[in-house]
Design a protein around this ligand. Structure first.
Ligand code: XMP
Length: 521
């Protein structure tokens, strides 16, 4: 799991101990939104690592297990020995209760969703808040008996012990989730813990961070050259801009145009980085080699593998041509590092991991530079804004590594990529025009491997079908199809069939995830 930079040793850190909750990352993000640094470590991490961090406070996350069963995770003794404030959330509360002498039961009354919390005694976590809060619950087990020396703080109708605190030590526990936005004043509850209990300093500020990262990059690479694979995505773009500020033209970027990018994307990336920002970018025009390797291949996983492998081959070939490169930069971000990440597919992580030193020719032996390794996506975007990248670039929908390769169902040809690029461009252009682009999380066109009948003039002919997909999602793990207005869809459909001769039919995908995935392959 994580092995974060040693850079942050000096700054106040709230440690989040991960028991496997889907909300663990959210806890760390909320803390950082309050300008306090937070780091996530697995619950069974090595003692030495915890000691080295010297946390100002520790938050125990929720998790899917039940403390009523043996062999489920427990809080390691070191957490208590450190004598720093502790906040247990959901499973974190239950294991605290169980380990400190209380009792936890598996309740018949499972609680999912909103609940009214009644705060019945004074507790610093609820300072400045009312006595009743609407909170978000997600649990089956609950604390039945308080552990020794703990006081009851709050209850809900189904959970008589919904919050508790130690009589004299700074140990607190909540059955509900203060980290989710559904919990009213959840942010204040967390802030009360961070500031009033842990007395953490607000050391985590974006402008300080940029200066600090620049200094660290300079210290690490000194006068050497750094290679970066630039994809035009948010992470690699911000990495490029940061490295450029740190080491100027000692940064060499390689941008691989594999022919599977969106319309105009290659030109846009080259314009932004080479023309406007004056970065040293080498463009590798590799459409031909990608299409050759993909010829006749229809199996989606096979296509992904071929695209990934060809990418690495092309990148390596470009890198080998360059002389005296000692460092390889990567736009790895925190969710890539935390194994539980769901925002990117496994394949994406495999591809990223291939780009580390191991994927490059043995003799190159480059050291990694990963300046965004401990940042969340929204922090990367904020850094991008500070570094002068355009908001269009920073707020673009995600685009999968294999690109249009997984949006053309069946085999891939130049003709099909051309048709799909046009259709996709029309869809996105209209979304932007109608001010709908930002309201959806991801939108794109898909080339279907079927022909359907159409009428052109008096003639019937079989022509191509384009699918449109637009979804709303927070984490890309689940998604709802976007309810785009009918007149908007009509406009897009008309434009596609009128402007692209080969297409006679447009369909809109109304499947949610699950069971459908966002991509079609
Ligand atoms: P699915 O289709 O799994 O997509 O619902 C979830 C998110 O992951 C992206 N995705 C990929 N990204 N390589 C990537 O880099 C891939 O092979 C890949 N497959 C899906 C997808 O675009 C969506 O944002």
């Amino acid at each position: 799991m994580t092995d974060l930079s040693t850079n942050n040793k000096e700054i106040d850190t709230i440690l989040v101990l991960d028991f496997g909750s889907q909300y663990t990352q959210l806890i760390a993000r909320r803390v950082r939104e309050s300008d306090v640094y937070s780091e996530i470590l697995p619950w069974d991490i090595d003692e030495e690592k915890i000691k080295a961090i010297k946390p100002k406070g520790i938050i125990l996350s929720g998790g899917p297990d039940s403390v009523t069963q043996s062999f489920t995770p427990r809080v390691p003794q070191i957490i208590f020995d450190l004598n720093v404030p502790i906040l247990g959330i959901c499973y974190g509360m239950q294991t605290l209760a169980e380990q400190l002498g209380g009792q936890v039961i598996s309740s018949d009354q499972k609680e999912f969703g909103y609940s009214e919390l009644n705060v019945t005694s004074e507790c610093v976590l609820f300072a400045d808040l009312g006595k009743k809060l609407n909170v978000w619950m997600s649990h089956g087990d609950q604390v039945q008996d308080l552990p020794d020396n703990f006081d009851l703080v709050a209850s809900t109708a189904t959970a008589p012990i919904a919050a508790m605190q130690h009589e004299s030590k700074p140990i607190f526990a909540l059955q509900f989730h203060p980290e989710v936005t559904h919990t009213e004043d959840g942010h204040t509850v967390l802030n009360n813990f961070i500031f009033k209990v842990c007395r953490a300093k607000t050391d985590w500020k974006m402008d300080d961070l940029i200066g600090q990262r620049i200094q660290e990059i300079q210290n690490q690479v000194e006068n050497n050259k750094v290679l970066l694979g630039l994809s035009g995505g948010v992470d690699s773009s911000v990495t490029a801009a940061l490295l450029h500020q740190a080491i100027g033209n000692k940064l060499v970027c390689v941008f691989v145009d594999n022919g599977l990018l969106r319309k105009g994307e290659a030109e846009e990336v080259m314009n932004t980085f080479k023309e406007n920002m004056n970065l040293n970018v080498i463009k590798s025009d590799s459409e031909e080699v990608f299409l050759r390797h993909l010829k006749g291949v229809t199996d989606p996983e096979q296509k992904r593998k071929i695209i990934g492998r060809t990418f690495i081959d092309v990148f390596d070939a470009e890198a080998t041509k360059l002389k005296d490169i000692q460092f390889l930069a990567q736009g790895t971000i925190y969710p890539d590092v935390i194994e539980s990440s769901g925002s990117e597919s496994k394949e994406a992580r495999v591809i990223k991991s291939h780009h580390n030193v191991g994927g490059l020719p043995e003799e190159m032996k480059m050291e990694l530079v990963e300046p965004l390794r401990d940042l969340f996506k929204d922090e990367v975007r904020r850094m991008g804004v500070e570094l002068g990248l355009s908001s269009e670039m920073l707020n673009r929908h995600p685009f999968p590594g294999p690109g249009l390769g997984v949006r053309i169902l069946g085999d891939i040809t130049k003709e099909k990529t051309s048709i799909l690029k046009e259709a996709d461009h029309i869809f996105i252009e209209e979304l932007i025009k109608a001010d709908l682009y930002k309201t959806v999380s991801q939108a794109f066109a898909v080339y279907l491997p079927v022909k359907s009948v159409g009428v052109v003039g008096d003639e019937r002919r079989y022509a191509e079908v384009i699918g449109l997909r637009a979804v709303e999602t927070v984490d890309f793990m689940t998604a709802r199809w976007a309810h785009l207005p009918y007149d908007f869809l009509e406009r897009v459909s008309n434009r596609i069939v009128n402007e692209i001769e080969e297409v006679s039919r447009v369909v809109y995908d109304i499947s949610s995830k699950p069971p459908a995935t966002i991509e079609w392959e």
